[in-house]
Design a protein around this ligand. Sequence first.
Ligand code: NAD
Length: 268
Amino acid sequence: MDFSGQVAVVTGAANGIGRATTLAFAARGAKVVAVDRDGAGAEKLAQEIREKGGTALAVAADVTKSADVARYVKAAVDAYGQIDCFFNNAGIEGKVMPIAEYDEAVFDAVIGVNLRGVFLGLRHVLPVMIAKGRGAIVNTASVAGITGTPGLAPYVASKHGVIGLTKSVSGEVARQGIRVNAVCPGPVDTRMIHSIEAMINPGDAEAVSARYQSSIPMGRYATVDEIASTVLFLCSEFASGITGAQYVVDGGRTATGGAATTVGSPRN
Ligand code: NAD
């Protein structure tokens, strides 16, 4: 896949999936705009890309704030003239807690980043793509956008919302040359999954991790690079017929309901 001459904007770029995807776009020739509320982290990543000979700009922005979103879009257009690929990815996990006890402010924060942030990204990036008559967007949903997870209801609700936005908006812009898809990672080896493990059992997060990974047919969490590859595929010409889709990258867990360890697994 070659993204030479193209501009890719990534939110949540300073860490985890966003960082790996920004690096992958840059390695394949894209000019990248790394957006994160952790401005120092985004700048460090942009510097790393420039040192390797790539072209990168960092923007410190909070995706929940309309003015910040307008600012990162303007920075991308001012620097590079267009946005070809947009990875609408920043997200937070909130707390692991039953809804009967869930903190209202944390609910608002989860919906604010994961759903409002994705909406604002679409709201501000789409006019730039519509003006050019081309573009590819990938929103980060999750397998939590497809199935429920007791204890993580606000996160699950936000990710179901991301899939709703993706399906609906894909139809609004399909004839304007723009594709909008969602990537649905299962657990990925980043800070976020380790935070969830620790909230489930603060005394033994390792045991939660082992149990969770053994319920995945592939027997392990996905890597950030596996998610990045899927995002690049969905932004590439190889996916020219794909829009409004949800791509699950979860080692087979959703397909099997986590039951693959009963038959045919080397763990038996
Ligand atoms: P991470 O915590 O490693 O990275 C998230 C990045 O988003 C951080 O750099 C953080 O600073 C940034 N961010 C958070 N809130 C922001 C805001 N308001 N404005 C701008 N930036 C903000 O997490 P990750 O695992 O890389 O998660 C990336 C995306 O993948 C999220 O949407 C997450 O829900 C989703 N996801 C993760 C997993 C997993 O298991 N790790 C699984 C499915 C989906």
